[in-house]
Design a protein around this ligand. Structure first.
Ligand code: FDA
Length: 308
């Protein structure tokens, strides 16, 4: 119930407006979002890469209905890619893009505009020697996002996708995407979804995650195991061994600020570990999804709101 309320707040414009006046340096925001500008993102990436980790950077923003805002997001990614390259980080850092941040939700033109915008980002990523992964948003966007992925992969076959184990359709999507050259980031799913589309019980979501892992690890693609859950990580490791997958033929991924010691422990064992680093001013939706996963952080969050 609490999770659902927080996820409802994540999409409520009035609550968003109130919360966004909080300075980003407030403890709870800073825990999950290292900063607001490209420079802060590059500094965070540098620190993680120096610790033996890889990164994927997300310029925060979503659900835009303004073509100029979508354009500004594309420019932010181009600037980021240029600066990652200048800092010598492009080999260890890729970018993650939400199609709704580059125009997908715009009536009529959304599919075409977001495809063209994503294509521009993919081209810039290719030019500096890195890749793009398309984030996955709520289930109403899954078909469109996978259609955009198919189009992008014609020119940029290195483009990755995210699949969400909480959706009932995802095991089938894993089968469709477990082919050679395909990169799939498997996560549990962070959005408020109807029961018709998603498993609601955590145990069911975990079971689905394991079924999806089995498909991806047995397949020919490159699985990206995006979870902080120790059981899922252990099962992924066992499946990788069972299928004779060497370290480097799959990777583990976690979010910035969550289980940093585990990130380093896995990397220390020779596993490839990538940290998802969100940055920017539009941190509200992202932060609310993190709070929904960890309601115990709510007290801390409420205190920082009151003391602003
Ligand atoms: P679970 O929520 O069961 O947590 C397992 C353990 O991790 C917890 O017991 C706790 O120790 C720790 N933990 C988890 N969340 C925490 C938090 N917020 N604060 C502190 N500790 C926490 N989702 C989506 O819908 N679309 C997407 O594109 C992506 N992209 C993405 C990329 C990457 C790299 C990751 C790691 C995750 C995503 N997600 C996502 C988010 C994902 O769907 C999911 O909501 C979170 O990863 C939390 O789920 P876990 O698998 O970690 O398990």
């Amino acid at each position: 119930m609490l999770r659902q309320t927080i996820l409802w707040m994540a999409r409520n414009q009035r609550v968003k407006h109130l919360v966004e006046t909080m300075p980003v340096s407030s403890g709870i925001v800073r825990r999950y979002v290292p900063g607001e500008d490209t420079q802060a993102a590059v500094v965070a990436a540098r620190g993680l890469v120096d610790d033996g980790l890889h990164v994927t950077l997300d310029h925060l923003g979503e659900d835009t209905l303004d073509p100029e805002q979508a354009d500004a997001t594309v420019k932010a990614y181009l600037d980021l890619l240029e600066q990652l390259s200048a800092a010598g980080l492009a080999r260890n850092a890729e970018v993650s893009v939400k199609l709704s941040a580059v125009g997908q939700a715009l009536p009529e033109v959304g599919a075409k505009l977001s495809l063209e915008n994503a294509r521009t980002i993919c081209r810039a990523a290719r030019n500096v020697g890195t890749t793009v992964t398309l984030d996955m948003e709520d289930h109403t966007t899954t078909d469109q996002t996978l259609a955009t992925l198919r189009e992008l992969r014609k020119d940029f076959p290195e483009t990755g996708a995210v699949l969400q184990a909480m959706l009932r359709r995802t095991e089938a999507d894993c089968r469709a995407l477990a082919y050679e050259g395909s990169r799939v980031r498997l996560c549990k799913g962070a959005y408020l979804e109807p029961e018709s589309a998603a498993f609601e019980d955590g145990v069911e979501v975990d079971r689905s995650y394991v079924r999806c892992l089995k498909v991806l690890m047995a397949g020919q693609g490159y699985p990206m195991v995006a979870t902080h859950d120790p059981r899922m990580i252990a099962i992924a490791g066992a499946l990788a061994t069972r299928h004779g997958r060497a370290p480097g033929s799959h990777e583990y991924q976690m979010l910035f600020g969550i289980r940093p010691e585990e990130q380093k422990r896995l990397a220390g064992q020779g596993e490839k570990v990538r940290v998802y680093v969100p940055y920017g001013q539009e941190w509200y939706g992202y932060l609310m999804r993190r709070l929904a996963e960890r309601p115990s952080n709510l007290t801390f969050f409420a205190r920082s709101l009151i003391s602003k």
